[in-house]
Structures are given as C-alpha cells and as structure tokens.
Design a protein around this ligand. Sequence first.
Ligand code: ADP
Length: 617
Amino acid sequence: MSNHKFKTEVSQLLNLIIHSLYSHKEIFLRELISNSSDALDKLKFLTLTDDNFKSYKFDPRIDIKFSEENKTLEIIDTGIGMDEEDLNKNLGTIANSGTKNFLKNLDENNKKDSNLIGQFGVGFYSCFMVADKVEVISRKAGTEQAFKWTSDGKGEYKIENAETEKDGTRIILHLNENGSEYTSKWSIESLIKKYSDHIAFPIFLEFEDTKYDDKDEDKEPTKETKIEQVNSAAALWKRAKTEISDEEYKEFYKTISHDFDEPLHYMHTKAEGSLEYSTLFFIPKKAPFDMYQADYKPGVKLYVKRVFITDDNKELLPPYLRFVRGIIDSEDLPLNVSREILQQNRVMASIKNKAVKKILSEIKELADKDAEKFKEFVENYNRPMKEGLYSDYSNKDAILEIVRFKSTMVDGYTSLAEYKERMLEDQKNIYYITGSDENLLRKSPLLKAYKEKGYEVLIADDDIDEIIIPSIFNYKEIPLKAINKSGADDELKSDDDKKAEKDATPVIDKIKEVLGDKVKDVKADTGLGDSPSAVIADENDPSAQMAHILKAMGQSGPEAKPILKVNIKHPLLEKYSTDSENFEDLANILLDQALMREGLALKDPANFIDRINKLIV
Ligand code: ADP
C-alpha cells in the first residue's frame, strides 16, 4: 500500500469545486458516466484495431448500484481501466496545462464564477461534492493486477492492490449529507435521463423491486433485485434530426464540453452519397478560456463508424474555428487511422472542407436571422474569425460576411455589406483607420476630411486588424483603404485643395529639411480641421502603432518612419512659417504632437516640453 499527497493544483481544484459548484452538485454523475463512456470508447477501439485484443470478450456497459442503508452509490464500467501508474497520473494530478494556468491565475473575484470553472471540466473530482470518501477499484484491460485508490478528497489518497472479477473501473461513493438524495431509483434514473441519455453505451440501474401480493394484503411483500436499462444508448448524432429534441442536443453539448451553459448554437449534418459522415457542432456561449493559448484543447472528437478515435487532433477543423465543439463521425475512414494518415487523407480533407463551409454558412444565417444571438457571437468570436481571413483564403468571401467592425457611423458593430449599403454615390473606397485605442482613433484629425464628405470610416482597433484588413484588398470589388496610410485621401481633394497644397511647397520643404531623417516625408494637407498636424505611414510600411508593437516584440525590420501631414490652414503655421528664429521649434512640435496624438511615447519628451515653453514665453 502507498500513501500519496495530491499535487497542489488538485487540492486547489477540489477546494474550488466544493465551494463554487455546490449548486450544481448533481453534475457529478454526468462527469463519472462520461468518464466511463470514454473508457469504453478506448477499449472498443483496441478490440477493433489491436491484434492483442482480437479475441477479447468485450461487453460494453455501465452499471449503477446504490444502497440507501449503506449510503453508497457505485458506477461500474467494463472500459479500459487504470493500472497503478494511471491512477497516480489521472487521479492525483491535473494533466491539462491550460487548466493549471487557469488555476494559477485565479483571483478572489472570479473564484465564484462557476461557468468559468465548468468550462475546463471538473471531471472526476466533482464527486467529492457528494461523497466524503471515494474508492476507485480498477483493472486495466490486458493486465492481471487490480488496484484500489481511496481518498477523502482532503489532500491525500492511497493506492493498494485489490481483487476484482472484471476489467474496467468501479467507483464507490460513500455519500455525505449532500449526496444522501442519490439513493433512490427515481432520483438516479431522472439524473441519467436528464444528463446522460445520449451516452452510446447501455447504462443499467440495479434496484430493489418490492412486490405486494394482490390477493393477500397481509402477506409480507417480497423484494426482488432488478436491473433495467435507463438510457437509449444510441449515438445521438446518428439518430434522425427530427427525433432529437432541443433539450437532448443541449445536454449532449454539456457532456462533451463540460460547459454549464447551453450552447449558443448547434448544427447537425448527416451526409449520404459518395461521402458518408455525420457532424454535430456546437458554438459555446462564452469563448473557451484557453482560446488564446497556444496549447488550447481542441473541441472536436473524431469517430469512425461510431468508434471513438481521437479528441486531441487540432487539425480536424482550422485553428480559427478552435472554439467549435462537437463530433465528426465518418463511415469511410479506416479505424486504425493514425495522426499522420489523417493529415493527408482525402476523405478527411473533404469532410473538413464541407464542415467548415457548413459552420460558416450557419453563422451567416445566425447573423441574418437572429441579431441578439449573433451579437453574442461577435463579442466572443469576432477575433478568431478575423484570423480566418488570412489563414483560410478559400473561404475568404464567406468569412467577410461574418466579421464585424466598429465604425464612425453606427453604434456597436457593422458588417462590410452594411457599409457598402451606406456608401455615398461618389465614394470609391471603403475606409478604415487602424490603431490600438478606440478613443484616440475616434478623435484622430485624419477623420475630419472624411466626416466632412460624409464618408464612413471603420475604426479598426483590434491588434490584428492592421495585418488582416490589408489582406482583404477588396470587398465586392471595392478597395479597402487605410486612412492612416498614404494615398487614401486622393479622391477627397478638390482642385482648390490641391492648389493650396501645391502652393505650400516652400514651407513644407523647409519643415522637411529641419526634421531630416526623423520622417519619411512631409506633406501639405487641408483636411485636418483644428489640428495642426498628423502622422500617417507609407502605404507599404507598418503604421506608427504597428511599428511600435513590432519593435516591442523584438522584430527589427527596416525602421518605418512616419509621414508628417501638416495642416497648412492652421493658425500655428500662418504665425510661425516666416519666423526664422522659431521655425525649428515649430517643425519639431508639429511632429511630436502628432505622434503623441497616436498615443505613442516620445523619444525625448523633455525636448518637446522645452520647445513648447519657449514658444509660449
Ligand atoms: P477528464 O475526463 O476531463 O480527463 P477527469 O478528472 O474526469 O478528467 O479524469 C481524469 C482521467 O482519469 C481521465 O482522463 C481518464 O484517463 C481517467 N479516468 C477517469 N475515470 C475513468 C474510468 N472510469 N475508466 C478509466 N479511466 C478513467
């Protein structure tokens, strides 16, 4: 026998579960049954693909027993089972690094948020909400020795050798007060029906049936042990869509995702013909907590002819759809399909292709038909969808109908299609401005000229906008132009403007001379309103903001210098352009204040302040 301490993160998780999930305590049964189902999936796969298991007598089932007298509840499966090492690894640590990070970053405020906690799957440990002692007796299929794991969930567990008749796992819960209600046929049956009806293996419930004699009322009733199957045991995604209720879809989602919330949307496809497969996809209401982590857990399980193959393959869907949960079940793939084969397999590629198209068209439909739901979608998934614009070129047009942007014309978000509708007759481009601070962008002097013309400008404040929007080039043949890049405002200028700008050449040249290599160019402008100056980037350079980000990331490209736009109608210019004593200060102030307006830190702020003070005095 050996005693062990839980790893700190397990103790932490146990604490969290017991204190924050209390109102959801009944989910423990769903979690245990779902573990049993996974274990049966794994063994089923071996019996079909591994020569060592060719003659294995596989009788897949989950049995539930309870005793009101002993206050126990047992969940028994004939699945793959666990050996000593597995028990230590699986029921003593937390393997998922995403979960570990999540726990590390938890602060007092979100400790109570059960939705967040639910997202990463509390799994096995949830049984300590209803039990003060748990025994797990298990024998791994294909091995001789069984082991028993015992714990009270308070920091330690022990493992010892055990006896058992069957391969698989038997979990015995010694129920505490919170669990005392789970010792009746009715309560257990209704929980299984509610949470686990779709489990693809039969779940049997053992109970005592009391029989009264109809003829002789005084006769002692006889007790008989009965075993009944309580679930329908058909893979949900294989059933006819018309026969599956909304409720069933939602419960199925909760089982595969461990989410407490209902899904935002689901889509079920059964393809027949040259390629036969079923897919059932769900979009969670809230973005998975690890969506922006490189080691995110993929949410789609692959089945082949109802046999579970993998839930750990990030290539079943493209990375930008990593928030999608669900199932792909193919009739045409071989059972022993390896990761490498999967990668180059034509059947898989074709299913993936069709699945992506289906998901995108469903999201588009959501946008058209259910504004409220779609708003939630945008709030959670706009950013990954934008990633799709440059990573999934073949679906670019579909994705363009889904991504949303902020704008100078509407509150909230707008689509490119709506922008196009609102375009004025003489307007030739779709305009946008990039940067990291929405507030600063909305106040940018560069907007002035466009507002005056009545042209809408998209406020692109997402950090990836500057990379993805240029890659769009055109939307329905209308070019997209960044107004903080050179060349965008050509169509705005009247002949008078152009003449005024041309006439300013001497003073502009002088400013250029003073600023030297601090700028790429200096340009006269008439459209900056009250602002004396602004900076833009050359068409093919990163913007000042972007250059700043790249530098912070240690990426040294050629240094992209800003182009300074000078408002030749501004009084500052009228006053100082002929003042040779102060001209150098003027030129530098024009540049520095334009950079500051972008929210950028100056290289030499003291110098800027000195110059300002000098002019004021
Ligand atoms: P999760 O199911 O999310 O991985 P759990 O804490 O529920 O997390 O379970 C941890 C691991 O323990 C599982 O991944 C599995 O390997 C193992 N396990 C749990 N229950 C069983 C079971 N009934 N049979 C075999 N293995 C199991």
